[in-house]
Design a protein around this ligand. Structure first.
Ligand SMILES: [Zn+2]
Length: 274
């Protein structure tokens, strides 16, 4: 059974906590390329392919990044251009941001971009225009729904498994359901928080239902040397807990399960039963 491996490629200071006013620093993240190379090496070691959702501004600041990822056979997808929460934008400003990111990524990669992931899972079931705009720009899938309510994001009413919305396919973040509670286990903070054996249990639970699990991480989440944002205590815990162990945990999972990009997954027959 194939599972999905995804990375959101942005700089270390990109964060959308209510307490952080602005994230548009002008400095260049000197650790980013090193961290992406680390992830590419890990993927090569375990014959895993991944989808890299890349921020348009980051692709511009680091022109070697997209070709580097592409050369290794991974998928290039869009994480928007400026890392602005989708539900804080108008349909017009969201469309303009998406278009700018697609122009940048398409220009560098010389390939059509098929997928989008919103900054900080900032999509919910109350944004009827969101999918129309993705479709109007020729995208084939979205991976922005977080189907569990958390401190920062998520929507308990969202569907838990890949499904069609119009002509698009939505690939939500992975959750397990326990006593009626939806528990995320494979993305960002939750990936770092839970020990490897819990994540394995989660992956196996989804695979038993014929569903892929999806890992979602940022390059900074495997980097103990990443510069630190000044954050209040709760946000600091969410942003930095267990970074030390994340790389090894990921390596262990890549050794135990098979992973592919979302594009690979959609090219298989599996999704046609959605
Ligand atoms: Zn992001």
């Amino acid at each position: 059974m194939l599972n999905l491996l995804t990375f959101d490629v942005e700089e270390w200071f990109q964060a959308n906590y209510p307490s952080t006013a602005s994230t548009s620093k002008v400095e260049v993240d000197e650790r980013l390329e090193v961290n992406v190379r680390g992830l590419l090496d890990l993927c090569a070691e375990h014959q895993a392919r991944a989808t890299f959702f890349i921020l348009g501004r980051t692709a511009e600041r680091h022109p070697r990044l997209v070709p580097l990822i592409q050369e290794k056979g991974h998928e290039i997808a869009s994480h928007g251009y400026e890392h602005i929460l989708v539900y804080e934008q108008t349909p017009e400003s969201f469309g303009a941001d998406l278009r700018k990111s697609l122009d940048v990524l398409g220009g560098i990669s010389r390939q059509s971009v098929l997928g989008y992931r919103a900054p900080s899972w900032s999509v919910n079931t109350r944004l009827p225009w969101f999918y129309d705009i993705l479709e109007s720009y020729g995208l084939a899938y979205d991976s922005s729904l977080f189907p569990a309510r958390t401190f920062l994001y998520g929507d308990n009413r969202a569907r838990r498994f890949p499904h069609c919305i119009g002509n698009l396919i939505e690939i939500p973040a992975s959750t397990v359901s326990l006593f009626g509670l939806r528990i995320p286990f494979a993305s960002g903070f939750f990936f770092r928080l839970f020990p490897g054996f819990i994540i394995r249990l989660g992956i196996r639970a989804l695979n038993r239902r014929g569903q892929p699990a999806m890992i979602c991480l940022h390059p900074r989440e495997i980097d103990v040397c990443s510069p630190k944002l000044k954050l209040p205590r709760k946000e600091r815990f969410i942003h930095y807990v267990n970074i030390k162990t994340a790389r090894n945990k990921l390596a262990g999972l890549l050794a135990s399960f098979s992973f592919c990009s979302i594009q690979d997954y959609l090219s298989l027959e599996a999704y046609r039963n959605l």
